[in-house]
Design a protein around this ligand. Sequence first.
Ligand SMILES: Nc1ncnc2c1ncn2[C@@H]1O[C@H](COP(=O)(O)OP(=O)(O)OP(=O)(O)O)[C@@H](O)[C@H]1O
Ligand SMILES: [Mg+2]
Length: 504
Amino acid sequence: MAAAEPIIKMAKIEKSFPGVKALQQVDFELAAGEIHGLMGENGAGKSTLIKVLTGVYKADSGQIFLDGRPIRIKSPEHAQKIGISTVYQEVNLCPNLSVAENIFIGREPIKNGRIDWKKIKNEAETVLDKFDLKIDVDRKLSFYSVAVQQMVAIARALIISAKVIILDEPTASLDTDETNKLFEVMRQLKSEGIAIIYITHFLNNVYEITDRITILRNGELIDTCLTESLPRIELISKMIGKDLEQIKEMENYSKNIGENNKVLLKAEGLASKGNIEAFDLELKEGEVLGLAGLLGAGRTEMVELLFGLNKADQGRIIIDGKEVKLNSPKDAVDYKIALCPENRKEAGLIGNLSVRENIILALQVTRGWFRKLSQARQLEIAQKYIDLINIKTPDTEQLVKNLSGGNQQKVVLARWLAINPDLLILDEPTKGIDIGTKADIQKLVLELASGEGMSVVFISSEIEEVTRISQRVVVLCDRAKIAELTGSEINQKEIMYRIAGGEA
Ligand SMILES: Nc1ncnc2c1ncn2[C@@H]1O[C@H](COP(=O)(O)OP(=O)(O)OP(=O)(O)O)[C@@H](O)[C@H]1O
Ligand SMILES: [Mg+2]
């Protein structure tokens, strides 16, 4: 495959941003009918390489060839015209338009001088059928989950593109079934001779679907390998440039922290109709409680009640022995509860503010705007968290929109750590985060719990991650708490078994 004339060739691509060399002399080749994985840590330059290829950014130097001929790609529209489409990391659609409109926006078929709605509807249904996605294409996109929205974005790219499809972390918010469906579609496209560039942080996915893998590190090309002849451990060490000691180190952490500590928060019969069925919960100081379950199992709905994002219509919440009412996030924050949400956009990350401003935001709100943090204090706090969780940015004043996706995620985490909460709720904190940093975040969570006595509620779709750091695991299914596991019950098999509906 590698021997054939590549459909795309990028040669000696350079791209710098103020203070950052995002790409240095990067070569990349893509063959027709191959699925090519692009791997690297957060900020390695993956998205930038794609944006150069699709005309979002102009390279400072270097050349791009399409079917052997040099080409200057002027804009994303131009890229689409010549058959290159992208599905970005963040779903980039119009939530207020219907599903069908989103798939066809900008390219509506015309019949007798009018938009052919019937055709739009039919074709939208046909392409979603490929995913086995039976949804009402007339409904507003915002009605559906992030996962479905992601599928719609992919469907849109499928309809537009003939030659090359780029998927920048499309599976980050998909569950296993949905990912499998996507893979089926990808294989089908591959057999039709379409070339696919696939970016993800999930190693299993990369090994399952790709033919070749290109690894970037700090903006440099490290290697391009055939997937089948690249052992995992080698891939990881190429990505992070060191061995996996830090991950092994984690195994040494005690799992018993918090066992005899006092109870911080108690939920009794808490419920919200249509969102989550009545559940009891007890959280001790210095304890990490994992929430496991499939996408849509009710994990997010559960923590929304604990953060006042949604009002319980039944049950009580008791903090430090006193019943409290959490009617809004402000109430929750007053009780020193923080929630770091799953979706960066919902998280209120403000792209046009600096890393510093974004990090101090929640802290400033809790103090009130009349007690403004001094500039010096702001800088100190921002720098502390940049160092602590290793946010890749040239300085504290960089605008957040200029950070890579994973590093934006870390800024959200920093914002909530900065208020020094008693209870920290993390909803998928490591989604889109590279493997080295993932281990760092897990380690940090354990340190905060055992060292500072912080209670942590940890949601992750990766069961392995939940079992690794939790002292207790609540399993959810179909919007209800179905089990609570401790000690040796906390293992992948047991959790899967419970989710599948098994009894003890
Ligand atoms: N518009 C921009 N302005 C300034 N710096 C930028 C801009 N876009 C990207 N960068 C910087 O370039 C580097 C590469 O970023 P890129 O988004 O390509 O990383 P990535 O490999 O896609 O990471 P992730 O896995 O987190 O998505 C980062 O240091 C990032 O902060
Ligand atoms: Mg990226």
